[in-house]
Design a protein around this ligand. Structure first.
Ligand code: SF4
Length: 384
């Protein structure tokens, strides 16, 4: 057994474990474990500094999860765009390919709780159906392996999937969506690196949310991936109590860049069953972006996006830098709130009506996120 598998075997992974380790009420612990699996491997557990800290919040269940059962299980409507169970095909040239339901840690904020943690849900046939679908659709040139965490597969199984994809001529790019460099960096072994090097181009999207996760072990894992020719990008989720602070995000982005990990996205937390206590106002995300731009290298600045509810895709949000127009001049502000006038290039025959037509198209339709009526709490008062 490899070291990462041994660490996994020693995970806190039951209601009883959180009763023994953290003093949970046994009945609450069982309900939390039934609602969404518990798994915290010893490496990630060792990053906790005190109860309720940003690491704790991401991995230790919270009674608030039991209060939020009216919200959607599939906030991004991934299942609607799923022609076969292992594939989400939303954009023309790329697909999300689910290869396992297992993760080395079950993040309490996960938006795929409905698919994650149940080992019965994914089989070799399930994976083969995904490969068959991709082979039958020549427009697919980019495949994102996801789950669960695809690096929960053994090297042998993962190689079978990669080989299957590389046998399909129209697949150009493979991306691994994995949280392992952050939550179980021991998974990135020399053997694994030798294997994936054969299937380039491979990109890695990982998922660090707090600077305390940027440990020497995590740096080593990211270095190994980069040295193997896999560009590594980071997708953070903005979460209350974890990283909803401009200074924390600035430190995270700088540390990632120092580990050769390119900050890619900061996601606004999705409206998801049992995870809404992590949501923050959008103004907080904009404040963070305002603090990043100009205050650190452009390389360290990710896109701040909302994944539109109902499957609308990622929509980038920016603080307001254009303050207005004065005839042909555009009025801008910089990161220090100094005001500048920039003379725009005059368009031949331009008039306001034309500009409006070109740049201010009316939306075709409006989709609103469902906001369910609040029911009384499902947690009896004496448990709170
Ligand atoms: S690793 Fe990803 S899929 Fe797994 S629980 Fe965490 S967020 Fe969800």
């Amino acid at each position: 057994m490899e070291q990462w598998q041994e660490l996994l075997r020693k995970s806190v992974d039951s209601g009883k474990d959180i009763v023994d380790r953290f003093g949970f009420d046994p009945e609450v612990a069982e309900r939390l474990n039934t609602l969404f699996h518990i798994r915290i491997n010893p490496y990630y557990l060792s990053l906790i500094r005190y109860p309720g800290d940003p690491i704790w919040l991401q991995c230790i269940p919270d009674e608030k999860e039991l209060e939020e059962n009216e919200f959607p299980e599939d906030p991004l409507n991934e299942d609607v765009d799923s022609p076969v169970p292992s594939i989400t095909h939303r954009y023309p040239d790329r697909v999300l390919f689910l290869t396992t339901s297992q993760c080395s840690m079950y993040c309490r904020f996960c938006t795929r709780k409905r698919k994650v943690g149940d080992s019965d849900k994914i089989s070799m046939k399930f994976i083969q159906n995904g490969l068959d679908y991709i082979r039958a659709h020549p427009e697919i040139r980019d495949v994102i392996l996801s789950g669960g965490d695809p690096l929960m597969l053994t090297d042998y199984m993962l190689e079978k999937v990669l080989k299957g994809l590389r046998d399909i001529p129209h697949v150009e790019i493979i991306r691994l969506g994995t949280k392992m460099p952050c939550v179980l960096p021991q998974r990135i072994t020399p053997k694994f690196i030798e294997m994936i090097k054969q299937y380039h181009p491979i990109y890695v999207n990982t998922h660090f949310n707090h600077p305390w996760e940027c440990t020497p072990e995590a740096k080593k894992a990211c270095d190994m991936l980069e040295d193997a020719g896999c560009p590594v990008g980071n997708q953070a989720v903005l979460m209350k109590g974890v990283n909803d602070d401009p200074d924390v995000m600035l430190e995270l982005m700088r540390k990632l860049l120092a580990m050769r990990v390119r900050p890619y996205y900061i996601y606004q937390a999705d409206i998801t069953k049992s995870a809404n206590h992590f949501r923050t106002p959008i103004s907080k995300g904009l404040e963070i972006m305002d603090k990043l731009r100009g205050h650190t290298s452009g390389l360290a600045i990710p896109y701040y996006v909302i994944d539109a509810p109902g499957g609308g895709g990622k929509i980038p949000l920016l603080p307001q830098y254009v303050l207005g127009r004065n005839g042909n001049d555009i009025i801008l502000r910089n990161y220090k709130y100094d005001i500048f006038t920039y003379p725009d290039v005059e368009e031949e025959n331009a008039d306001d009506a034309k500009i409006e037509k070109q740049y201010m198209r009316k939306p075709r339709r409006t989709r609103k996120a469902k906001r369910p009526a609040r029911k009384p709490s499902t947690v009896p008062k004496n448990e709170k």
